[in-house]
Write a protein that binds this ligand. Structure first.
Ligand code: PEP
Ligand code: MN
Length: 361
């Protein structure tokens, strides 16, 4: 734990790099031409510090492209020579680590589907004993901060001294706006506990589309993240994986130029002390509003149902049940009956108003 308090800044990993650190490249290496052209065009933007490409792809469902395998490492190695930029790949097993090391990979990253599994993370950690290479650890799929920290500790205990975290959002049932809900409270809390841990944001996997990449990247910088990892492709629409969220290399350059890098005052920067807690509160408020919106959508469906079946809006018995249940739950977590009643009345009134509009439209 103590070693994690003294980690070197990511700007010290490579000479001459500055905040924000920019990592870019395709979701997956597909062909030699695609890897080389993407990387050359990224280099030409002058905004990219490190190249990425997925070589082995852990896919949620079978039947999707599962990665080109080790041959892709040779293409990436060529891109490294051609551009002079360091390269990074995702590793999920000891064999991946060996292959990556053999091919001159400069930085390893652990993917979200691997961070969830302590056995896999430990296998990677064991393969890294005696090796000196920087490792970036993505958050686990689920919003479990301790599991993320556990993975970071396993890698640190293997003797790795250059460690960073990548925030790529969390799988969340019912989430509509993002592919993976950012739940910024978690990375903020991670940064509060380990102020020196380098933090990279991966807006591509948070957004799942191209349109919000800039906004999410800016938000990350405003929260003192050290940099971003953005997927790019020479022909995004025809990418073999994650087509919707990839952008052409030139767009990466544009976005990075447009990002505003605000001053970070270490004593009262947005990720220390009181302001870290305030940021967490703000993010919870954002989520509560998003949840209200989801709740209202269901209420509207009920309104439609009641209209079609000619049922009255106010069902007194149902309302009393909701209230009683909420009192019991609230008491268990230290919320007063008074607060619960005020809150539920406000929410209930909004539901009735929205249903009214539907039924009398
Ligand atoms: C990726 O970076 O292409 C990837 C698979 O990401 P994640 O582990 O965040 O899903
Ligand atoms: Mn991807």
């Amino acid at each position: 734990m103590e070693a994690l308090q003294k980690l070197p800044a990511i700007t010290e990993w490579f000479p001459g790099v500055e905040r924000p650190i920019v990592i870019s490249g395709p979701c997956s290496a597909e062909t030699e031409e695609q890897v080389l052209e993407t990387c050359m065009r990224l280099k030409a933007t002058g905004k990219v510090d490190m190249l990425r490409a997925g070589i082995w792809k852990p896919r949620t469902r079978p039947g999707n492209f599962e990665g080109i395998g080790s041959i892709g490492l040779k293409w990436l190695q060529k891109a490294k020579v051609a551009t002079g930029l360091p390269i990074t790949v995702e590793v999920a097993t000891a064999a991946h680590v060996q292959e990556a090391l053999k091919h001159g990979v400069d930085v390893l990253w652990i993917g979200a589907r691997t961070t969830v599994n302590p056995f896999s993370v430990q296998e990677i950690a064991d393969a890294l004993k005696g090796v000196d290479i920087p490792v970036l650890i993505k958050n686990p799929l689920n919003a479990d901060l301790e599991l993320w920290i556990g993975a970071i500790e396993r890698i640190q205990q293997a003797g790795i001294t250059q460690i960073g975290a990548i925030h790529r959002g969390f799988a969340k049932y019912g989430e509509k706006q993002y592919r993976n809900a950012p739940q910024w409270q978690l990375p903020i809390e991670l940064k509060r506990r380990f102020p020196n841990l380098p933090m990279i944001c991966d807006p591509s996997h948070i957004c799942g589309n191209r349109h919000m990449l800039f906004e999410v990247s800016q938000e990350a910088l405003d929260l003192n993240f050290d940099g971003v990892m953005i997927e790019s492709h020479i022909d995004p629409d025809n990418a073999w994986s994650d087509a919707k969220q990839q952008v052409v290399p030139e767009r990466v350059g544009e976005m990075i130029s447009d990002l505003v890098l605000r001053n970070t005052a270490p004593q009262n920067g947005s990720l220390s002390g009181l302001s870290a807690f305030r940021s967490q509160i703000d993010k919870y408020d954002d989520e509560i509003i998003a949840l209200f919106a989801q709740r209202m959508e269901v209420a509207q469906k009920i309104g439609q149902y009641k209209k079609e079946n000619n049922i009255s809006i106010l069902q007194t018995k149902r309302w009393e049940e909701i209230l009683e249940k909420a009192f019991t739950k609230g008491r268990k977590v230290g919320l007063s009956d008074e607060f619960i009643e005020k809150y539920l009345k406000a929410v209930h009134q909004e539901s009735i108003d929205q249903q009214n509009q539907i039924m009398n439209k």
